[in-house]
Design a protein around this ligand. Structure first.
Ligand code: ASP
Ligand code: MG
Length: 477
């Protein structure tokens, strides 16, 4: 018999992880806006929040630590005042009296931690990567506590959660890698109670902890990654990354004013774009989504009605070949010739293992086996390290003149056309070449992988803007 008194089970609300970056929580006004966005979405969805430090705070903390370690006590004390002032200002403007009473002591405690750590660095004239992680991620602890208190002041049940209780990582301080299985289990367990009670967790971005509970960080800009790590752990329906731009653009609007937002990109396109410097998200952000195929949205907290860009597991058929163009303006090309003593594979093997030992990432690689020559591009910031590694790896050959040489071509830019649907479409590179040729731009090197996800062109840095424009125009982006 059907019991007439039971109401049909309410449809389960979707779970959305929403990550807010530093500019989105940079001032009291911005924090208030975030609280409004969250209160609104909490009506139709279950929301878990991941938050960055207030804009500029992480830079300030790192600077203070370095100055303290040089024995400069004046400067970190100024930072201490500024740290207290900025968070205090938010508390003063947005918290109820009761919440102020609860949260101000916690903020004071973090400022106290800052002070203790900096005095320590100053005393021993050193800051270790491990201590730096604890210090540089204090901003997240403060912003998460504030945001949770703001939400509560406005009637939305919320609680700050320190990600050191959720994200388990290895001990590569400064750039730690999450241990996903442990992270998933710990996150689900720690957040289960809050979720059951309908309390919105406000989780610190950027930080995690080793198995032993020592604080680590996920690398600069790592809160995006924290967002998707949480999304995967909680089996979220979506992850929304709230930032200060409307979404992923066809290219940098400072280079091409006609650049515009792309409604949808694939995981692989997004990874490619972020690797080559498109500033929308941390390059590792998509990685935790791969297995579960959870969509990620890039949205603008300054313009929340704009739909933004949806990042989906795979490109759909209807999408264009070239979707976006990204570029790296400060790069160098390094060419290494193996001479006649080394086979090409020996040359390549030695070259890449030496770069990998130095953790030098390459931007593009081209080769000519017949000439026994390899050429690769690196960020200018990595050039010195790359050269030093190569000179060491090929020391003997160079000494005996068996290796022709290592040559560096500076002032190079890498322009990358990205689009998953370039695959199997003939004529795309031809069109790009012609577009550059018509404008008299010389291509120094080219690379395209067999995945056909992107084509990279090395051009003179002075030609970069024109090259991006030419390709943007050619493909009518
Ligand atoms: N606050 C950290 C940083 O500035 C992490 C982040 O914002 O994503 O690098
Ligand atoms: Mg960021």
């Amino acid at each position: 018999m059907v019991d007439k008194t039971t109401t049909p089970a309410k449809a389960k609300k979707p779970l959305i992880v929403m990550k807010f970056g530093g500019t989105s929580v940079g001032t009291p006004e911005r924090m208030q806006k975030v609280a409004e966005i969250l209160a609104e979405h909490a009506q139709e969805a279950e929301v878990a929040v991941v938050v960055s430090a207030m804009g500029g705070v992480t830079d300030m903390l790192i600077r203070a630590a370095n100055e303290a370690s040089q024995g400069d006590n004046e400067r970190w004390k100024n930072v201490r005042r500024e740290l207290a002032r900025r968070h205090r200002e938010v508390a003063d403007q947005l918290l109820s009296a009761a919440e102020q009473a609860a949260v101000l002591p916690r903020l004071a405690e973090q400022v106290g931690n800052f002070e203790n750590l900096c005095s320590g660095f100053s005393l021993v004239r050193e800051v270790t990567p491990r201590a730096m992680d604890t210090l540089s991620s204090l901003g997240e602890v403060m912003s998460a506590n504030l945001l949770a208190a703001i939400l509560r002041s406005r009637g939305t049940p919320a609680e700050a959660v320190d990600a050191t209780e959720l994200i388990v990582t290895d001990d590569a301080f400064g750039n730690a890698t999450p241990l996903f299985e442990e992270t998933n289990a710990k996150t689900r367990q720690r957040l289960a109670g809050l979720r059951r009670r309908g309390v919105m967790p406000v989780i610190t971005g950027f930080r995690g902890a080793t198995r032993e509970g020592i604080c680590t960080t996920l690398g600069r800009g790592g809160s995006d990654y924290s967002g998707t790590i949480m999304g995967a752990a909680l089996d979220a329906d979506e992850v929304w990354i709230w930032t200060d731009v409307d979404g992923v653009m066809t290219t940098d609007p400072r280079l091409v004013p006609e650049a515009h937002i792309i409604p949808e990109v694939s995981y692989r396109e997004a990874i490619e774009l972020s690797y080559f410097g498109a500033k929308v998200m941390h390059p590792k952000t998509i990685q935790p989504m791969m297995k579960k195929k959870i969509p990620v949205w890039i949205k603008n907290s300054f313009n929340p009605t704009c739909p933004g860009t949806k990042i989906v597991p795979a490109a759909t058929n209807g999408q264009a070949g070239v979707k976006a163009i990204t570029s790296v303006s400060k790069a160098s090309l390094v060419t290494i010739s193996g001479g006649d003593r080394l086979t090409f594979t020996q040359l390549a093997g030695r070259l890449f293992s030496s770069l990998s030992l130095g953790s030098v990432p390459t931007l593009m690689v081209t080769q000519s086996s017949a000439e026994n020559v390899l050429c690769f591009a690196v960020h200018d910031g990595d050039l010195k390290r790359a050269k030093a590694r190569l000179e060491k790896a090929f020391e003997l050959e160079m000494l005996h003149d068996h290796l022709a040489c290592i040559e560096v071509l500076p002032h190079v830019a890498i322009v990358v056309a990205v689009g998953e649907n370039m695959k199997g479409t003939p004529g795309i590179s031809g069109r790009a070449f012609s577009a550059l040729g018509r404008r008299g731009i010389n291509i120094i090197a080219i690379a395209q992988g067999s995945s056909e996800l992107s084509i990279s062109f090395a051009v003179r840095a002075a030609d970069m803007k024109e090259a991006v424009k030419a390709i943007h125009e050619e493909f009518k982006l």
